[in-house]
Ligand binder design. Sequence first.
Ligand SMILES: Cc1ncc(COP(=O)(O)O)c(C=O)c1O
Length: 468
Amino acid sequence: MGLTATEEAGLKAAMEAALAYRRTDHDRPICSAEPTPMAQARFREPTPEEGLAPDAVIAELIDRIEPGLMVSTSPRFMGWVIGASHPAAVAADWLTSAWGQVASFADIAPGAAAAEEIAAEWLLDLLGLPPGSGLGFATGATMANFTALAAARTALLDSVGWDVEADGLFGAPEVNVVLGGEAHSSVYLSLRMLGFGAKRVHIAGADDQGRMRPDALAEVLRGLDGPTIVCLQAGNVNSGAFDPFEALVPIAHDHGAWVHVDGAFGLWAAAAPATRHLTAGMAEADSWAADAHKWLQIPYDCGVVIVRDRGAQQRAMGSTASYLPQEERRNPADYAPELSRRARGIAVWAALKALGRSGLAEMVERHCAVAREIAGILRDEPGLSVLNDVVLNQVVLACGEADDPEAGRKTAETLNAVQAAGICYPSAGHWRGRGAMRISVCSGPATLEDGRRSAEAIIDAWRQVSGG
Ligand SMILES: Cc1ncc(COP(=O)(O)O)c(C=O)c1O
């Protein structure tokens, strides 16, 4: 008997609660019923002195947390860029925990490593990236960016005779880093963690959609000598715009630079025929980062890092110790920062089996159609302006005319009213100097009807605020 009665009751109660939640999440008010201070108060108590039975622990957890849950699995949750966790991936993730597999070395968890290996091959195929590239499962796009840039650092410094793994960065030849004017904050964080510094970057200016300008990149590179990394972007976090890879990658490569693409959500555009053109030329880059917990609907957390020169990735990330397996195999730990971690690739395998190539493409294309539907309805409402070209799943909205000094306040009040109404949930942002509402369609089940309901909810809120 592996489980006691109360342990088994706890596991069953968790499954029942999960099912009850996911049966009803499409109709729940999206905004959590309790704001953060109340959610904190529900948990606040002294350190437990005595243990509780597992079923009692789970009952108490559900009781305390449910009022504070943000319903980010709703098809009308459109805040930040957050996926809704595909049920097959959730189920696989439960099993990953129950099986207790550690994805570090293949011989420590052969089945988990095998599932991750095939999921990695499928991802390269679906994204049209070079077969044979190294692929690691990290916590998210932040660590995926970090890993790719670490591999770039290894390879570039090696090319000028410096072993950064052995000798570190003190006294090393300088590595230039070029970013677009709209690079995501996580790229800056990665640069800080890698010892490159967030301020010692060269910025190549962006156009009005946030795309790096080829003339700006050429100009910046003309002034630089030595090892260079150029970071491009697939999917601006606000506008969804893509850097023009076909023009930019050859400019960077002619300079001998390593090209990295941050495609936290935009990389998935490569998996759908209708959006693939946005990624033209992207596969010629040297490394890529994506989030599987965004558009692939993997439960949090799961990022994906892909490096063409898998040897550089292994050198940057791999570690050995006498007590660890020494056999030559594909070891998950060689491709991402952690030695021990949950086997995230099992949920990726399950989502890809459940969706297939056609299901993934259909979902990406449907989400983009929902975004266009929302933008079309909002554009027809006097006083509302869609600020971006809606090329992907992102809509940036401002309320009030551009010359209205109260427009920022009106946008913020409209957003608050939308969130409080609970029908849909966009989040706040800034775009080209204006306070904005960001609408990101990234929830697996979202339909055109969800888009229409969401647009109507936004218009209702705007009319309340504007007295229209
Ligand atoms: C373009 C881009 N890059 C990187 C990230 C960071 O991803 P994560 O939060 O999964 O680390 C995000 C998150 O929204 C993003 O949109």
